[in-house]
Design a protein around this ligand. Structure first.
Ligand SMILES: [Zn+2]
Length: 138
């Protein structure tokens, strides 16, 4: 039973690497769920250790194994929910894709375009001038 809990704990640690917690997460819902689930699992592990260390104490009776198992299930459920939310968030952002921006002024432009309206015009003007000067030279 204890090794089972430790395995789950290590797995959840792997699923949320430290650098992930440090970076600003664009999807706060999933990270909140993940963090909450991890904390509940951690709490259950601590209570289980206390339960095993002091089996005669009143606290051990209070934190009965069924309660701990329910808490563990809740923690795993929250972590799973957080992971699903994160996957959905990633999928959604993939569908929308990165916003297309003008290569010069970085304002948002419709997909497929390279420049914003103003810069497209200036680019066309420059192209016009260039072809005009080449024409006059030849
Ligand atoms: Zn522009």
């Amino acid at each position: 039973m204890f090794s089972f809990i430790v395995t789950i704990f290590l797995c959840t640690m792997k699923l949320t690497p430290p650098h992930d917690a440090l970076t600003v997460n664009p999807d706060p819902m999933s990270s909140t769920l993940l963090r909450l689930g991890l904390w509940i699992i951690l709490l259950v592990v601590v209570l289980y250790v206390l339960h095993e260390t002091y089996p005669a104490s009143a606290m051990a009776e209070y934190f009965a194994l069924p309660t701990l198992q329910k808490g563990l299930a809740l923690g795993i459920l929250l972590v799973a929910g957080g992971l699903v939310a994160r996957l959905f968030g990633k999928g959604a952002s993939k569908v929308v894709g990165p916003k297309n921006r003008c290569v010069i002024c970085k304002t948002a432009i419709p997909p497929g375009a390279i420049y914003c309206r103003a810069h497209l015009r200036s680019m066309l003007n420059r192209e016009d001038e260039r072809t005009h000067t080449t024409r006059t030279r030849s």
